[in-house]
Write a protein that binds this ligand. Sequence first.
Ligand code: TYM
Length: 320
Amino acid sequence: MRILSGIQPSGTLHLGNYFGMMKPAIELQERGEAFYFIADLHALTTVRDPKALAANCHDVALDFLACGLDPKKSCFFRQSEVPGIADLAWILSALTPMGLLERCHSYKDKTTRGLTPTHGLFAYPVLMAADILIYESDLVPVGRDQKQHLEVTRDLVGKFNDAYGDILKMPEAHIQESTAVVPGLDGAKMSKSYHNTIGIFEEEKSLRKKIMGIKTDSTPVEEPKPTQGSTILDLYRLVAPPEEVARMEADFQNGGVGYGDFKKRLFEATLAHFAPFRARRAELAANDSTVLDILEAGARRAGDLAAKTLDKVRRAVGLR
Ligand code: TYM
């Protein structure tokens, strides 16, 4: 089984990225042949500062490796270092109906938020389909916000194969229900565009400030508190051991503990959860060449595979 996923280097990685995609992807590297990449071509749709883009790519590489991506088990690379992705995206574009892309929420969300409606932003799902299809991926671990893009990819496989024969492999999304939409500090989906994120490697001081600032209702300390829709509890479930989660749930239900205490527990559990990753990240950061070597070797391996698929596709459409 081949597993593939990508992450954009468009800002600091957060708990949504980690629990929604990185953790499931890291677990899946035990179950098949994994290909994980830094989607720098996609990030060009929003990042216009070349220095920031380069720095973000490096940070994403460090973050993903520190969180447990094992380069011995997974092929890890930068999207732009594999030739052929843009070629396949163009070939797919030629048979992508406008209506399919017009229906995509992510384009609508981004333009509603004020991003310039560029062709890159609009055609984003086609480039993503090319990523998935060029490596003949079976399974694509993603958060719920990418579900529609996987549906577009599957549609394009159907259209391509109908037109040219059984060439492209049909992929499937792998969405873990419990972490499909990780909430941010305000309870909405955690996203850098909503300014509600907790960074995986958030500094201790800033982490405390963010968590202590989570808005709560005005239930008095001694009263029971609603567990449904509590951001504190939802985040705590992700980072705390099960027995501590059960204790917090009981304290919510029984009353007698204030929100301040719950937030302190959440802060401490978050810090403890990511402490081993922090240590590993510091080690990796001290040796930059290791990271570059990993990405270079990854790009070579991914490139061999991509070239094979692209060759099949080019022959099928009549470009050979
Ligand atoms: P990106 O960079 O926006 O996000 C990376 C991954 O993190 C997941 N995610 C979340 N999951 C749960 N809750 C959240 N609050 C949350 N926030 C982010 C996203 O669902 C995603 O899986 N288009 C992709 C990158 C990409 C890609 C691909 C992915 C490019 N090509 C091919 C898979 C296959 C993106 O923008 O992800």
